[in-house]
Design a binder for this molecule. Structure first.
Ligand SMILES: O=c1ccn([C@@H]2O[C@H](COP(=O)(O)O)[C@@H](O)[C@H]2O)c(=O)[nH]1
Length: 250
């Protein structure tokens, strides 16, 4: 990796929030993903590989990130019958990724099978359950037959996740206050869909600022297009980290 003094300065100045960040590599090719990694340089040590990039580049890209000593959140959002999810997790857990996820809506037996699969594998990444996608709002949920809104659905699903012994949940920052007192302090609360006031909401619905997410107890934030697609990604990242720090400190 070429020297990048600005990235090194950011890494040092924002180390606490840096360790709580994954940059979502939602890009169209392995080459583009590695170009982003190169551009952010030593500032960033955690990346999320999701469906788009995985279906382009597969585990080869994950291996490349791991070889660079980067933390990887493999965002596969597994949602299938228990046997199939367990098998997929056994395959994933041959690699030292830091975090993987399943859809909590797969139900208690699937969540338990996921837990057992990870526990019996060579590597044991953090296993978190996606509650209600941050793109979904009241109207979407009503059309899916969920009449009492995202907040109650998140609480219900978080309980299932907790009872199955998973390590945490993915939810929006808006629901985090409802989890206080319900989950332990070590339970991961992974929050995508944060936006600064000046950033486009895009296809997200239940957004919040990075300040509010951290203030509400998020343990990790996923930052995507607002950083990766910015004209100056390092400067966009600095703005997010500054905001996250403000939320942490007050
Ligand atoms: O509920 C969820 C679960 C996962 N995601 C993922 O996070 C990023 C968000 O990207 P932005 O560009 O910041 O919107 C993306 O990879 C999603 O797949 C989510 O948004 N919501």
């Amino acid at each position: 990796m070429s020297s990048n003094p600005m990235a090194e300065l950011l890494a040092a100045a924002y180390d606490d929030v840096r360790r709580a960040t994954y940059i979502a590599l939602d890009v169209e090719s392995e080459a583009r993903a590695l170009a982003v990694v190169e551009q952010l340089g030593p500032a960033v040590d955690g990346y999320k590989v999701g469906l788009e990039l995985f279906h382009r580049a597969g585990m080869r890209l994950v291996e490349e990130l791991l070889a660079r000593n980067l933390r990887v959140f493999l965002d596969m959002k597994l949602h299938d019958i228990p046997n199939t999810v367990a098998g997929a997790l056994r395959a994933i857990c041959q690699y030292p990724v830091e975090m993987v996820n399943v859809h909590a809506q797969g139900g208690p037996r699937m969540l338990q099978a996921a837990r057992e699969a990870v526990d019996n594998s060579p590597y044991k990444p953090l296993l978190v359950g996606v509650t209600v996608l941050t793109s979904l709002g009241d109207d979407d949920l009503r059309m899916l037959g969920i009449a009492d809104g995202p907040a109650r659905a998140v609480v219900r699903l978080a309980k299932l996740v907790q009872e199955a012994g998973l390590d945490g949940v993915v939810c929006s920052a808006q629901e985090l206050p409802l989890l206080q007192g319900m989950v332990s302090s070590t339970f991961e609360r992974v929050v995508p869909g944060t936006r600064r006031a000046e950033d486009a909401v895009q296809d997200q619905t239940r957004i919040a600022t990075p300040q509010l997410a951290m203030r509400n107890g998020a343990t990790r934030l996923v930052l995507g297009r607002a950083v990766v697609a910015a004209e100056d990604p390092l400067s966009a990242l600095q703005n997010y980290w500054r905001a996250m720090k403000e939320g942490l400190n007050g």
